[in-house]
Design a protein around this ligand. Structure first.
Ligand code: SF4
Length: 343
């Protein structure tokens, strides 16, 4: 759990009775098509090939999801060299660099790629710009696995910047031969500001505008934007390392709402409800609906309130096809090694 609004630092007096009248649920919230696909890939791989299935990195950024898959037989590793020979290997939704892909290939690991197709699209863009002879700027958060994956899709060194200030200070080799791409889960406003600085400083820079920000990130941010004027408290369910969840919390706080990022019901604090009549709830793209329902139950234990489902939002209908490796048993895991645990 974390918070950024100054109000949120002060504990509210417990003497004030809770008076929540409505709990508004953002629409859309929670799982996106890329996360649903990645989780299904691991589940189907376990079904078809049997456990263990080795997953490089957390399949999606959510401890509940990871634990659930671990219980079913998934083994999470940091690098492919921790996977025993022949072990069924899944790359996470965030995507991987070419180096990771080649090291799996070199070891002849049977790989299933759960990279979200929208991240793969950004990989292609970066490669396309490099082929054009352009130097690449990646707007994103240093150290995020998606940023590492995208940076590692091109041969040159990529400039990773996250703020307009960093864009102001950016030094490049050839200002006339530049291109940018972005992480898919950024704040729309911040990205727009960074792009504005880049295009002012480097008028011939090429880039996709805000189109790399994925539909799910945009829709969840728009839903918070619509809901914020109607609530005094916003609870965002998501992991501390989930980029899109953090952006939802930031957006609520920027709009003047006390906003908290919580991993689940156990982190919601009763004193946050003092003086609140309407609570807004949303969830990051990797947070399961079960966690949302548990937060609602906890709030209702403290104060009976009407739940308003789907507050003014749009209904998403995006689905991504599963890869062929989990549509039929075409991989050949090595029976010698797959029963061992990871290093
Ligand atoms: Fe794909 Fe967007 Fe979901 Fe990330 S948040 S997995 S880019 S759909």
């Amino acid at each position: 759990m974390s918070h950024i609004n100054d109000h949120s630092q002060q504990a509210m007096p417990m003497t004030q009775p809770h008076n929540i009248q409505r709990i508004l649920l953002a629409q859309p919230r929670g799982f996106c098509a890329g996360v649903e696909r990645a989780i299904s890939i691991v589940e189907k791989a376990l079904e078809i090939y049997g456990p263990p299935v080795y997953v490089r990195h957390e399949i999606v950024h959510n401890a509940y999801v990871v634990e659930d898959l671990r219980r079913k037989g998934a083994v999470f590793v940091r690098e492919v060299d921790e996977i025993p020979a022949g072990g069924i290997t899944v790359f996470s939704a965030h995507g991987v660099s070419e180096k990771v892909e080649s090291s799996a290939k070199l070891r002849e690991l049977p790989v299933i790629d759960a990279t979200c197709p929208l991240v793969t699209k950004v990989h292609y863009e970066a490669k396309h710009y490099e082929k054009d002879g352009r130097e690449i700027v990646l707007i994103g958060h240093q150290g995020h696995p998606e940023v590492e994956g995208t940076s590692g899709r091109v041969k040159q060194t990529v400039h990773v910047i996250g703020t307009p200030e960093e864009a102001e200070k950016l030094e490049v080799n050839n200002p006339d031969m530049l291109a940018y791409v972005t992480q898919t889960t950024l704040s729309l406003d911040e990205t727009r500001d960074v792009i504005a600085v880049l295009t002012r400083r480097f008028p011939s820079i090429k880039g996709p505008g805000e189109k790399d920000i994925c539909y799910a990130t945009q829709n969840r941010q728009n839903a918070v934007r619509m809901m914020a004027p109607h609530v005094q408290l916003l609870l965002v369910i998501g992991a501390p390392n989930s980029s899109n969840s953090n952006r939802l919390r930031d957006l609520g706080a920027e709009m003047g709402v006390r906003a908290f990022l919580v991993q689940g019901a156990q982190e919601v604090q009763q004193e946050w409800l003092a003086g609140v009549t309407q609570v807004g709830i949303t969830a990051g793209a990797s947070a399961p609906e079960l966690l949302v329902q548990q937060v609602i139950d906890r709030l209702k234990e403290w104060c009976p309130a009407a739940v308003v489902e789907g507050f003014e939002g749009i209904v998403e209908s995006v689905h991504f096809k599963l890869p062929r490796e989990v549509r039929s048993p075409i991989l050949r895991p090595s029976t010698d090694n797959v029963t061992q645990g990871a290093a």
